[in-house]
Design a protein around this ligand. Structure first.
Ligand SMILES: C[S@@+](CC[C@H](N)C(=O)[O-])C[C@H]1O[C@@H](n2cnc3c(N)ncnc32)[C@H](O)[C@@H]1O
Ligand SMILES: [Zn+2]
Length: 399
């Protein structure tokens, strides 16, 4: 096969893919072996790739038009080849990688799956590849940035190479900075300050989206998240891209700050500027920590998620993804942050309650409430911290 390493064949979705045999790597720990392999393939990112298939299928079902896409960091080519096989109407799939072995393996895999008529593979740095496609006729309808760590170094190029109405997908695996373990790195990379709270992963996703919004605004472009989530060890954002200053301005209106009181778990969302905002908790008088700037708008488009959910049930039958899509849809219209039931109950020293019971009580009391995909024991609601605590106490008293 002309490769200086052994491969084995795996099936993922509709594709048959040659992947490096990890046993040939000196390091036996599965994660390190994946990163040390001559070409990167992580079977645990299948759900990430499945989500790309479903997003594009949903987009095609809603708009049915021919499509050109680019995945400039393709590894074995599994994602792009799956998209070429599983999504109808793909006119051209441009795959790239800086690793010559990845490019060779992707060519072999494209040939194996008979998609060479619409898949082109380029040995090129991602920013360079995208820069070659910034003219109006060359731009892509879908760009998938799936790097090691942070997607930030590629965001500007992706925006320039995305056509008006196209979709940008980003994966971020640098959870330590984004979740506040290394806040300075987060500030440098994403331009926002993270917080270590029970809802850090949600803030991480909002920081990633705001860095996309701010980059887009500099180019007089806007973005609209249609499906975004946090799962396992990574974040994923799918957003449509619009061109024009007006859209950019309204996106900036959705960038703001979150104030969090670690004493009583109260939180407050402030849109746009912190000018004149009191950093004192209006519940307990404690000093509130400030996170952001971050995206305070919707993390998903509920109508788009409904189409995704039905396609996902028909197409893949992957219950984990179907459940994720439904959760993301149902929480999309609720405000930023959520309450972790067990944390609140332990602070109040009351017995913990089943999530469903709490959701029902909140709704009976006139609040909106939903589960959240960020946390099995999380509740999103427009009830304030005090109102949420009151419901927990009432439920505990009633036994
Ligand atoms: C996380 S892997 C991609 C996995 C692939 N997207 C998938 O779904 O299996 C990241 C890939 O990016 C490539 N890469 C890293 N930096 C790059 C750059 N600046 N330009 C192009 N490719 C790059 C690496 O060689 C590696 O194959
Ligand atoms: Zn407080």
């Amino acid at each position: 096969m002309g490769l200086p390493f052994s491969t084995s064949q795996i099936r993922e979705g509709a594709a048959l893919i040659n992947v490096p045999v990890l046993e040939t790597c000196p390091d036996k720990s599965p994660d390190r072996a994946i990163y040390k392999a001559p070409v990167f393939y992580n079977p645990r990112m299948k759900l990430n790739r499945d989500s790309a298939v479903i997003v594009l299928k949903a987009h095609q079902r809603m708009f049915s038009k021919s499509f050109r896409l680019c995945e400039p960091m393709c590894g074995t080519g599994v994602r792009g080849i799956r998209l070429a096989l599983e999504v109808e109407g793909l006119e051209e799939v441009v795959l790239g990688d800086v690793n010559p072995l990845a490019v060779r393996l992707t060519e072999i895999n494209a040939d194996l799956n008979n998609v060479l008529d619409r898949v082109r593979v380029r040995l090129m740095e991602a920013n360079l590849l995208l820069a070659l496609h910034t003219s109006r006729t060359q731009r892509f309808d879908y760009i998938d940035i799936d790097p090691y760590g942070s997607p930030v170094p590629y965001i500007d190029s992706a925006l320039r190479a995305c056509r008006d109405g196209g979709i940008i997908a980003l994966t971020a695996t640098d959870m330590a900075p984004l979740c506040g373990v290394n806040p300075r790195a987060c500030l440098r990379r994403y331009g926002g300050w993270p917080l270590r709270t029970e809802y850090s992963k949600e803030l991480a996703l909002r920081l990633l989206i705001s860095s996309l919004v701010l980059a887009a605004a500099r180019l007089e472009m806007s973005i609209n998240p249609i499906f975004s989530f946090s799962i396992d060890h990574y974040l994923r954002v799918y957003a449509t891209v619009g061109r024009g200053a007006k859209g950019a301005d309204s996106c900036l209106n959705e960038v703001g700050y979150i104030l969090h009181c670690s004493n009583c778990l109260n939180r407050r969302v402030v849109r746009q500027s912190l000018w004149g905002v009191e950093e004192v908790c209006d519940v307990c008088g404690g000093k509130m920590e400030v996170g952001g700037p971050l995206w305070t708008g919707k993390l998903a488009d509920p109508a788009f998620c409904s189409v995704m959910a039905s396609i996902s049930e028909e197409h893949l039958g992957d219950l984990r993804l179907v459940r994720l899509i439904n959760l993301v849809r149902d929480e999309a219209e609720l405000p930023p942050s959520f309450y972790n039931i067990d944390l609140h109950c332990s602070r109040l020293k009351v017995r913990s309650q089943p999530t469903n019971k709490i959701l029902t009580s909140l709704r009976d009391a006139g609040f909106r409430a939903a589960r959240t995909h960020f946390d099995e024991r999380g509740v999103k609601s427009d009830a304030s911290n005090l109102e949420f605590d009151r419901i927990l106490k009432d439920l505990a008293e009633r036994g």
